[in-house]
Write a protein that binds this ligand. Sequence first.
Ligand code: CTP
Ligand code: MG
Length: 218
Amino acid sequence: MSVAAILLAAGRGERLGTPKGFVQLEGRPLLALSLETVRRCASIDSVVVVVAEEYRERARDLAGPDAAIVVGGETRQRSSRAGVEAVPDVDHVVVHDVARPLAPPSLFDDVLAALDDAAGAVPGVPVSDTVKRVLGGRVAETLRRDELVAVQTPQAFRAEALRRAHARAVDEGFEGTDDASLLEHAGLPVAVVRGDPRNLKITDPHDLAVASLLSASA
Ligand code: CTP
Ligand code: MG
């Protein structure tokens, strides 16, 4: 079974002030941390890094000669599609946001293993807050917490299903905030595996401080 990883690092990092792949955690750029993680996964054969045009050189320096470096787009979905188009002919693809530098290699293995009986697989963690849908400043609905999970990356897919889901999203003008939602839109089954609460997403400087504490305590 051949597997390619796509590392998404083409966002502007507006809330942080710097594109996330090039922000440092414990002295290392987040892109370098995700590269190290995928290289520790024995099942991953090739890596595609997606960055903004002006970061190509820096990405090449971090990734070395073996990874493909491609330029992303205006939205996460466009960047992911650019990555998918650059993936070689493999069976499975795992898509990961460099904004989650603490994802352990075992989580990549877990989502890939779940492809035995689904077209896609995502890590989910139970939600501890009560979640309400709000319209115009008023509560419209309280969602059933026992049915909710917060979804992370890495997300794994059968390569053909991911390609088809992206093509259909383009045809139908569908926009999703993760790759799994494109499969859902295309009617393809997505499995959920146990996510890791430590696999936080770095959005603002506070998250970077928390990630720093977490990685020091690992
Ligand atoms: N991403 C991307 N291309 C985009 C937008 C996002 O590759 N056009 C990537 C980011 O680099 C990040 C992940 O998708 O690894 C999740 O996006 P997000 O956390 O929103 O990061 P940014 O878009 O960079 O941050 P901001 O929204 O604050 O600008
Ligand atoms: Mg963003």
